[in-house]
Design a protein around this ligand. Structure first.
Ligand SMILES: *Cc1c(COP(=O)(O)O)cnc(C)c1O
Length: 332
């Protein structure tokens, strides 16, 4: 795949590690062997998947002459944190629109990512009610900024458009190169599926390199049909950008919605167990909203015998550990 024709900043310092998880594999009964792609170790304040997408989105903003970034997310958004971080590094002003998806949950003095927004110097935080039209809210902010003489650039929720998703097509190519180098045959990949750019980008990239490794998305908010549709539409758009035509097949998009629990960002017992298992066996910090629920799904599927005995499974760790500090009551 040729990524050189797209504006791109240089935020990565090389491939993130692929590590074996021998202790966790053993605890899980040893029927499958678990590996992890450490995208939680990506550069950017406290790491995580949005850095790959922002290499492309912020480069596009700079190319268009922007001096200000406006983005949106949930109240503990890792995407908002990383957008604030890379904006600070690039000398761009950053404004956030945060959706209070759970009524009454926004606390100005909360810990976790919420504290980091402030520390990273965001210029404003606007909290809006659940179900608000986030694009309209961002446009409203952009209009204000424009009349104040600024040049704003909007990044959609999760940087999940066909620009940001390129970052995860890159990641698929990176993973395939590492697996070839390691001579490691992976049978299955598992990744959290939220605003869809990560999942869509990985599917596009895996198609582009003819890797043939099936990818399962673990939903964090939507039902199966809705999420698969969202991922598919974005994958098709991203594939077009990369000249992959109509090679994305609907059946390549597979999502599981059994691990969402009561809703986005709301804790589940299995998430808490998964976060503890990863911490205590592999010294890996997951997060309560995305990787923790995806890991809960991975663990359940292993227990149910979903993967063939002897399979090698790669879990894509998308980061998010700062959110743990906003969930102390859940874990103690
Ligand atoms: C945003 C995010 C995801 C989900 O990625 P999408 O591209 O939005 O689907 C997963 N894990 C973490 C930690 C995130 O912040």
């Amino acid at each position: 795949m040729n990524f050189t024709k797209f504006p791109r900043r240089h935020y990565l310092q090389g491939p993130t590690p692929i590590e074996a998880m021998p202790s966790l594999s053993k605890v899980m009964g040893g029927e499958v062997t678990l590996y992890v792609k450490r995208d939680d170790l990506l550069p950017g304040a406290a790491g995580g998947n949005k850095t790959r997408k922002l290499e492309f989105c912020i480069a596009d903003a700079l190319e268009k002459g922007a001096d200000t970034i406006v983005t949106c997310g949930a109240i503990q958004s890792n995407h908002a944190r990383l957008t604030a971080a890379w904006s600070a590094k690039e000398g761009l002003a950053c404004h956030l629109i945060l959706e209070e998806r759970v009524k009454g949950s926004y606390k100005k003095d909360a810990s976790g990512n919420n504290f980091l927004f402030e520390l990273l110097g965001v210029k404003s935080i606007t909290v809006v009610t659940a179900g608000s039209d986030m694009m309209a809210q961002m446009e409203k902010k952009a209009a204000e900024l424009t009349s104040a003489g600024k040049i704003p650039y909007l990044i959609p929720v999760g940087a999940s458009n066909d620009i940001g998703a390129l970052g995860y097509a890159v990641c698929a190519e990176e993973i395939m190169a590492q697996l070839n180098e390691m001579r490691l045959p992976i049978d299955h990949m598992v990744v959290p599926s939220g605003s869809a750019g990560t999942h869509a980008g990985l599917v596009v990239g895996m198609t582009g390199v003819n890797g043939g490794i099936p990818i399962s998305g673990m939903n964090v908010s939507r039902g199966k049909e809705a999420q698969e549709g969202l991922v598919f539409d974005l994958a098709v758009k991203t594939a077009e950008k990369l000249g992959l035509g109509d090679r994305i097949k609907r059946e390549d998009i597979v999502c599981f919605d059994q691990y969402v629990g009561p809703g986005y960002s709301l804790p589940t017992e299995d998430m808490v167990k998964a976060v503890n298992l990863f911490a205590q066996n592999e010294a890996i910090l997951l997060d309560p909203v995305y990787s923790g629920k995806a890991a809960a799904g991975l663990i359940d599927l292993i227990r149910k015998g979903h993967f063939k005995k002897g399979s090698n499974i790669l879990f894509v760790h998308t980061g998010g550990s700062p959110a743990l500090y906003a969930y102390l009551d859940t874990f103690r």
